[in-house]
Design a protein. Sequence first.
Lengths: 219, 219
Amino acid sequence: MNRPITLYIIDDHTLVTDGIKAMLAGNNSLTVAACFSNGADFFRGIKISQPDVALIDIQLPDMSGIEIARILSETYPQVKTLILSALEDEASVTAAIKSGARGYLTKDCPKDELIKAVESVIAGNIYFGEGLSERMFKGYLQKLTRQEVPDESKAILTDREKEVVQLFAEGLLYKQIADRLQISIKTVETHKANIMRKLEIKNTAELVKYAIRQNLTSL
Amino acid sequence: MNRPITLYIIDDHTLVTDGIKAMLAGNNSLTVAACFSNGADFFRGIKISQPDVALIDIQLPDMSGIEIARILSETYPQVKTLILSALEDEASVTAAIKSGARGYLTKDCPKDELIKAVESVIAGNIYFGEGLSERMFKGYLQKLTRQEVPDESKAILTDREKEVVQLFAEGLLYKQIADRLQISIKTVETHKANIMRKLEIKNTAELVKYAIRQNLTSL
DNA sequence: CTACACATCAGGGTTTTCCCTGATAATAAG
DNA sequence: CTTATTATCAGGGAAAACCCTGATGTGTAG
C-alpha cells in the first residue's frame, strides 16, 4: 500500500478540524497530519514538515486563507492547497485560484466530496464543488488569461486610500476626513471615487463591509 | 443503560454536521437523531419528533438561530437549545440567553466541550464555554435584573425597522427601500431616524455594523 | 374610553454626497 | 525622457440624505 496522503488543516473552528479528523479516522489513505488555528502557527509548522495537501479556511483570525495560499504556492509549490469557505461567491472562488489554490470547497459540501477533492488535487487536477466547476471555472479561465479579475485579497488600494476607507468605515463625513488627514474635501472625494472604482462597489455599506473584512475597522 | 440523549443539529454546513456526527459515532450516550440545514426544515422535523437537545447554528440561510431558539422555547420548552456560533461577541451571547437558549458554544470549542455542554443542559444547567461563563454571565445577569443598560441584543427595533436596517445595510437608497417596501420615501426617512435614535448611533457605517452583528446582512 | 406604540405620510429647508471635467506636482519605472 | 502612479485640488450642478415640525389611522393594553 502507498504511503497515506498527509493533510494539514488550517481552521480556527475546532469543531470543523475535529470533525474532519473524525471523518477520516477510518480512512487509511488519508491522514490529518496536523491542524492549525491561524496562519502564523501554520507557517511555523510547515517549516518543519510539509504535507501533501493543505486545507485552508478562508476566514482566519490573523490573515486570509487566500493570502496563505498565495504565499504557500510561492514558497512550497509542491504543497497542494484547498480553500475551505462558508461562502460560495464568485469573487472568493476566483481569488482562490489566483492565489494558487488547487480547489475550493464550501463547508456545506458532502463529506465524500472532501475526500474526492483531496484525491483530485493530488492527481494534479483542479477541483471545484459540483456545479461550480462548469458554471464558474470556464468563465474564470477566460478572465484569468486576460488579467482582468479584481482580486480583493490582493487589495489594490494604496496606503492613503486604506486610510480613507478606514475613516469612512468609522462613519466620518467627508469634511471630518479632510480635517483629520489635513487635505481638502475634494481630495477625499477623489479618493473615495477611486476606491469605489477599484473595488467595484457602489455604496458605502459595501465599503464598510470591505473595511471590516480587511480589518481596517472593528465590528 | 439509559436511553441515549437525542440531538438535532441545525447547521447549513455539512462539514460541521457530519463532523459532529462522526465525533459522536462512538459515543452511545449521545446520538444525532437528525440534521437540518435551515429553520423551515427543522420546524417541519420537530413536529414529527422532538429531540432532547437542539444544537443550532446562529447563521442560517433562512432565519437566525436566535429566532429559532426563541420560537422553540415557546413551542417546545422541553427541548433544550444550544446556540452554535463562529463568533463570541457579548451581544450574541446575551441575545442567545434571552431567546431561551440554554448554552452558547463557539465553533472553535474543543470537541469534549460539546459533549460536556449537552450533558450540562440536559442536567438542567445553563452552559457557556469556559471563561465565558464567569466573564460575561454575571454581568449579563446584572443587566437583566436592572433593565437599565441599553441592550443591543434586546433589539428594541420593530420588525418593520429591522427590515429597513437590513435594506440600508445592503446599500439601498431611500428611494429603492421605499419601492421595495411599497411605502414613501418620507416613511423610510422616519424609520431611519427612529432607528438611529433608538440605537444611539450617528451614521450609516454604524448602522451597517449593527446589521452585521444582528445577522441582518452578511459580510 | 384612553393612552400608547406603530406605521404611515407631507412640506420645506439645509447639508452632504455624488458626478463630471478638468488640473498640478512628486515620484517611480521603463 | 517619457510614462504611470499617486496624491493633491477646483468648479459647478444634480441627487441624495438629513432635519424639523407636524399629521393620520390602526391597533392594543389598561
